[in-house]
Ligand binder design. Sequence first.
Ligand code: ADP
Ligand code: MG
Length: 435
Amino acid sequence: MNIGQEVLELLKEEITEVQYNRYIKQLIYDAKKSTSDLAIFYAPNALVNNWIKSKYSEKIAHLFEVKSGSKVSVKITLKNSTDKRIKLQKTEQKLQHSLLNPSHTFDNFMVGGSNQFAYAAVKSVSESPGEVYNPLFIYGGVGLGKTHLMQSAGNVFQNQGKSVIYTSVEQFLNDFIRHVRNKTMPSFQEKYRKCDVLLIDDIQFLSNKEGIQEEFFHTFEALKGSGKQIILTADKHPKKIGGLEKRLQSRFEWGLVADIQPPELETKIAIIKKKCEINKVKLSNDIINYIATVIESNVREIEGILSKLHAYSQLMHIDIDLAFTKNVLKDQLQENRANLTLDVITNNVAKDLNIKPTEIRSKGRSKNLVYARRISIYLCRELTQNTMPQLAQYFGMKDHTAISHTLKKINELMKNDEDFKVKIEELTNKITSVS
Ligand code: ADP
Ligand code: MG
């Protein structure tokens, strides 16, 4: 057995059999091309590839370290793309900053109320760099498309033959340290101060790093002074980034500061449709609507779900229908809802129906209370991991049969009463979006 197989055997002990058979078992280790610090695995298709990369690659790297005693970087890739990727990786290392993702384009970016402003700003900068908004500062929560938008402009510039640097604060810092160490600072300055466009992602990481703030300040001044475009992203407004020199903070606001908000339902639906088109996944409208409703905002999470669905359906030779989707999403949703408590749910139901939370848990038999209690029990069962006996105790009922009776009643109602079903869905959305 080679070390790659040994590592996968170790991993087998750490994950469930289903996970192992579904994903890990499909990996093939390339003993020939792998070296002492690079382990190469092949995945059978793009979706399994992405899934393993996002879920297991760190674990695999860790197990390699355990086995071999030294750090190994792990490449999981599709068979035919390895050579290209490794080459790419090498040039990337040489350049010390990342490459733009070619699929991050304006065409692939779905615009809605939530991101319209940022989109328009980046778009106009891409049409007249260095002229309209400099710097352009985009901020917003994780997975909302900041990197995608920034790189869309980057790709436009690159296609025009401009020299574009796209980098994270960390890479900028590492590059800086390397040049200081090698006493080659002039070439560092040459590189960052002479490029046509500088894109720095997640600039909030400059926070409390004085040395690099100083260097960045001079880079900024040089670029701005010669009319070169700067685009920055962050997870918050410049004013809210702590540990930042005043002069930098104020410069971040010189051009335009644009925010990206979580996508509203229609935008989420448009994004899902786009991703399906790109990844050649076919989903019916009810499935698309379901995913858009249950996933709050993070677009990256939506993408993860699409690959998961696709991978499952391919591996198990099952068509993707709504029941299948719900099943696949179960784990994910439970993770998201891990901090949803019985109190949060009952309080929300009480508030919505205009009664006191204590009344829901009382023995009152009025029609209103029974109605509210039933809904609460149903939602508590759906949205948390509590068992029926635990719910019986919480709602002051005799035993779990009372709970199961209630659940049966609600399920019947859901089947026969469309208004009631809508009410339950509304409440579910409300509760899961506050958590
Ligand atoms: P951020 O940098 O804000 O954390 P990303 O730009 O990395 O988020 O976006 C996460 C993923 O979601 C990317 O794959 C991106 O393509 C996708 N995405 C986000 N917003 C949109 C959108 N409006 N249209 C299409 N794809 C989007
Ligand atoms: Mg990003």
